[in-house]
Design a protein around this ligand. Sequence first.
Ligand code: 13P
Length: 252
Amino acid sequence: MREKIVAGNWKMNTSIREGKQLVLDIIDRIGKLPSGVTLIVAPPFTHLCPVARLIGDRKTPGLAAQNCADKESGAFTGEVSASMLASVPCGYVILGHSERRAYYGETNEILLEKIKLVLASGLRPVFCVGEILEERESNMHFQVVSSQLREVLCQLEPAGFAQVIVAYEPVWAIGTGKTATSEQAQEMHAFIRSFLAETFGEQAESTPILYGGSCKPSNAADIFSQPDVDGGLIGGASLKADDFLAIAGSFA
Ligand code: 13P
């Protein structure tokens, strides 16, 4: 049985007060979740410590950062290191989100440095891959995703890879209201798993692969019903506790 995970990427939204309320609402209603589902929240950096205090000793929701530095420590003004995140404590770090790749020039090379530091700090990376619309329309999507996997995840040692969570986020579906069909999601998720199996063999069978891109309560059950879809990385809908928990309650 693979882990089922629903992670909320808050992006650059909420004040600290709003973020704390959102987490309190999630904690309040968490009892109704299907067993075996891990919930993760990924607030902005400024919110991590106050949110960690609210979560306390609870196992769920887990806490993720949305990014980290590609350097260990030192004179890198404005950056936040993986070991600082571990000291919050955070359990996870989202890496390679398409917004970071597109707006902040994050390359696979930089992401490989980041993922190694995240693993060295004992955190689990949520590594994002996905194609833009033009790449899908020109039938390049498998090629794009395979280079994102090859240049980063396939460079890891098996012990590091065992900690990885993959998120497939077709860029054309992010924040657009357009969702990949469940068939498109399954096709890509199965491709990702078999591509990873070429390097890591059977280990790829246990890798959670999440879908992201306009996932909401009305479409989550359909997408999550696919055999290679192990949950979701949720943007907009993770900002409302009811929607986020309804999505997490969508596993059959
Ligand atoms: P939306 O759910 O808002 O489309 O965002 C998806 C996403 O980018 C999650 O990381």
